[in-house]
Design a protein. Structure first.
Length: 167
């Protein structure tokens, strides 16, 4: 993804602790428009939409986590919450105002529940959805055969994805 000089300069105004996250969100938004260059207008548009990422107001970053329904039978999700509470691993980019507003399972293969629940989360202002580490592992648990479909379901709704939680 290319950045016009003006857009890159605008990005530098964003506090360093959330800049990487903001950059990813802007690039996802630009990709959805079918473009491969970020303009200053894209940055300003994103700033209005995700004010929290720009650090210009106190809007809370709202996070949801989707996890594997099969794994949820044996895992209460403690490691995901520990990582978030301590802002570690995949949550290290968030500031103190971030909060988890949803923690849900895919509903079982092939994960169709994700589509409906993302709609619900959008009504509550979700900014980003983390794919839990259990969905991404290939050794401890069987690899999810529907991961790409689940990713697409979320991205088509316009929500940014972060890969992983506590690994
Ligand atoms: S779709 Fe993937 S994440 Fe969901 S239950 Fe099946 S294997 Fe687990």
């Amino acid at each position: 993804m290319e950045w016009e000089p003006g857009a890159a300069k605008e990005l530098e105004k964003i506090p360093e602790n959330v800049r990487k996250m903001a950059k990813m969100g802007i690039e996802t938004s630009v990709e959805r428009k079918g473009k491969n260059t970020v303009t200053i207008e894209d940055v300003k548009e994103a700033a209005e939409r995700v004010g929290a990422l720009m650090g210009k107001d106190e809007k809370t970053t709202k996070i949801a986590i989707v996890r594997c329904d099969i794994v949820s039978e044996t895992c209460p999700g403690v490691a995901c919450f520990k990582a978030f509470n301590k802002r570690k691993i995949r949550f290290s980019e968030y500031g103190p105002d971030a909060e988890i507003i949803g923690f849900f399972t895919c509903g079982g293969c092939p994960g169709r529940r994700v589509y409906r629940l993302v709609d619900s989360l959008l009504r509550h202002g979700v900014d980003v959805i983390h794919l839990s580490s259990c969905m991404l592992m290939e050794s401890s648990y069987p690899k999810c055969p529907h991961l790409d479909g689940i990713r697409q379901m979320i991205l088509k709704k316009g929500v940014r994805i972060v890969e992983g939680t506590h690994h």
